[in-house]
Ligand binder design. Structure first.
Ligand code: SAH
Length: 395
């Protein structure tokens, strides 16, 4: 097998079981290494430490498949890892009954670069690294077998693929093609647009927070910013909201949100308003108009794609949080999120605190929020914790 040798001391992160090796840690490689090829990783002293997938185009030059040198990286390896990930999901009682479920969460499931979400009987797969790309066939076969699903759609179109030197790949790998799948979550039906939607089609990571939205919405005037296909909005209606104003800048997302509403004739849809607007501008307009809400949800897109964007991103987060504080009635609630991995839990809380101070509002943390349990975070891979949120009560 081909080899990769680290610079002195650079084995430290591997000894902590972190799966990434940066280009700057590598002293030399032996042999001509192709994208995705499995290599033995050696310390500067020559000690073999792991098997990893080589990625010549990426700053993350290699991602570890296994630290067990007796475990060959072959078809059987992927079958075991996929089966283990699925078993973990079904060991958690609240997950086994979900129609929309993340089956594989990349590094935290021991499969760097592999994301697989199940919507009813369809698996949507994203391969995001050179190593995952190389083992496509094994991963697809294992997922079909272990999930028992009738269809598998590969939607490897994440922007991060470019960092790995990979082109987008989109194809049906199993079963008869379809374009949307209806799932039910906490009593609400949602049509998932697996072809044109974001990520694999839906934000499964917010599942537990959607339930919380229903619990906090009774008799409240709700404002849902960045509503996408209406997941939070419909839960607010289910929870008995007095009114729900949902804002998004994407007309197709709003059309999909309204169509999702129609799938649920039992909901009081007449209380919902859908507005196509830029949230930054709409919040300002609402403040100027003297509007007031009892519950505001802020779930923006990733403002900080990397650490280089951090300070600008924090200003943008602060801007919308500040405006939300201004719009909240006394005793109102703010549910605010960041899905930027580059924004730490601490930095996020500091930003929210600064926004509250600037708005002259006093607020208390009622809950700390994160991704649902089918998005586990391996302790050795803190980068896996990208979604963070706070539920605040505003005095
Ligand atoms: N809260 C959603 C997911 C949000 S995804 C859920 O739970 O499903 C982010 C959404 O923000 C996308 O729908 C995108 O269209 C929208 N968006 C991005 N920038 C925006 C802006 N400046 N104003 C309004 N919407 C925006």
């Amino acid at each position: 097998m081909k080899e990769l040798t680290l610079k002195p001391g650079k084995e430290r992160s591997l000894l902590l079981r972190h799966p990434w090796l940066y280009d700057t840690s590598i002293a030399e490689t032996k042999g001509r290494l192709r994208a995705g090829e499995t290599v033995v990783v050696r310390s500067a002293r020559g000690e073999a430490l792991a098997y990893a997938a080589y990625s010549p185009a990426s700053k993350i030059r290699a991602r570890v498949w296994t630290f067990d040198l007796h475990e060959p990286v072959d078809h059987a390896f992927f079958k075991r890892r996929v089966a283990a990930a699925l078993q973990r999901r079904f060991r958690l009682p609240e997950l086994s009954s979900q129609q929309g479920l993340r089956l594989i969460h990349g590094e935290s499931d021991g499969l760097p670069g592999v994301i697989a979400d199940r919507y009813d009987d369809t698996v949507v797969l994203q391969l995001n690294s050179a190593g995952a790309e190389k083992w496509r066939e094994a991963i697809v076969a294992a997922l079909i077998k272990e999930s028992g699903c009738r269809r598998l759609y590969e939607k490897s179109d994440a922007e991060t693929r470019a960092l790995e030197g990979l082109e987008p790949v989109i194809a049906w790998r199993h079963g008869v093609a379809c374009d949307e799948i209806v799932i039910e979550e906490h009593g609400v039906k949602l049509a998932i647009d697996i072809i044109g939607g974001h990520k694999t089609g839906f934000y499964l990571d917010q599942r537990e927070n959607r339930r919380l939205v229903a619990e906090f919405s009774a008799d409240r005037r709700v404002l849902n910013c960045f509503c996408y296909t209406g997941g939070f909005s419909l839960q607010a209606l289910r929870g008995g909201a007095r009114s729900v104003l949902s804002v998004d800048s994407s007309q197709p997302a709003l059309a999909r949100a309204q169509a999702n509403g129609e799938l649920n004739p039992g909901l009081p849809l007449e209380r919902a308003q859908w507005r196509c607007a830029n949230v930054f501008e709409e919040l300002r307009r609402l403040v100027q108009a003297g509007a007031s809400f009892d519950f505001i949800i802020l779930d923006p897109p990733k403002f900080a794609p990397s650490a280089a964007h951090l300070s600008r991103a924090l200003r943008a987060y602060r801007d919308i949080n500040l405006l939300a504080f201004r719009l909240l009635a006394q005793g109102g609630f703010l549910m605010t999120f960041s899905c930027s991995g580059a924004v730490s839990v601490e930095a996020f809380q500091r930003m929210v605190a600064a926004a509250a101070l600037e708005s002259g509002r006093e607020a208390r943390i009622v809950r700390r929020l994160g991704a649902a349990a089918d998005h586990p975070v391996a302790l050795s891979f803190p980068e896996g914790e990208y979604l963070k949120g706070l539920l605040l009560e505003v005095a």
